[in-house]
Design a protein around this ligand. Sequence first.
Ligand SMILES: *Cc1c(COP(=O)(O)O)cnc(C)c1O
Length: 359
Amino acid sequence: MEVKSQLLDLKPYQPGKPIEEVKKEFGLDRIVKLASNENPYGSSPKVKQAIEEEISRLALYPDGYSAQLRTALSARLGVGEEQLIFGNGSDEVVQIICRAFLDGLSNTVMATPTFPQYRHNAVIENAEIREVPLKEGKHDLDAMLKAIDDYTKVVWVCSPNNPTGTYAGREELDRFLKAVPSGVLVVLDEAYYEYVTAEDFPDTIAYLNAYPNVMILRTFSKAYGLASLRIGYGIGEKSLIQRIEPAREPFNTSRIAQAAALAALDDQEFIGSCRERNKQGLEQYYRFCKEMNLSYYPSEGNFILIDFNKDADVLFRKLLEKGYIVRSGAALGFPSSLRITVGSEQENNEIISLLKTIL
Ligand SMILES: *Cc1c(COP(=O)(O)O)cnc(C)c1O
């Protein structure tokens, strides 16, 4: 049996080392995992109660339209209910977009390094991948514009960008969107939107009226702290959403996920406090970098990419032995950097002192 030839070049997703395995391997009893940009404060306490209430209905299929969550989210975002599409994580919305738009005759433009799922799903659809190197850690929107041609179907802008934490400012994104041909879908992946504090971060929802070819992706996995439940969403113009809906599985988000997301959405105080604590956590790393003379990208996410001028895998290993799991930049296109998720103040202090002894 032969799979599609393009699959032969793809590796399945490599998950980080499981906590239990690391404990055993190094004889540790406490592990701090700062590798997947998960929320160190968990999720809103309201979530637990919502899940408990939903748990008696597990035998019933979920609402394939996510009506309750849809109503609440559309009110919060100030968009129409028909402007939303929900996915099994925003990862699935990436997959839906690729299924809906890409084929062997089309190409898709993205930055490199960026979030790997755009490329991964586009390869499966057999599209040509056009990767445009970051410029000083940021999307090079001018170069991305030049990479667009008559066969381009989708352009991906990850902002804040994973793994650099950089973002596309209002002015440059304005200019970019004006110049992109209207037949090309521009996907703005804002997985870290809730953490952003930059003043010139664009109000991208306002773009949707002017640009029917724009789609925004957001998720409940990061600041909302629901990564394990797998629920994210896309926001776009009504007819765009209508056209891609057939590529979505009918029951792609679970009852538990919908109920949890609804409760999480209702606790904006929790989100505000996570944003504030994350900002203070980033400051801890900035001070450390300045003290140690290390270069880094100022981040609008809940992670920071720091260049240690050393083999990232070796450094990763040294931290792992002590029970701290971070992400080596080697697999992310930054062989001398680590991507560290911002943890609690205490966790950040621990990792910073450990790094100081290692360096
Ligand atoms: C984490 C992440 C996602 C995926 O999140 P889901 O858990 O699938 O919702 C999407 N984009 C970026 C840039 C991410 O870092």
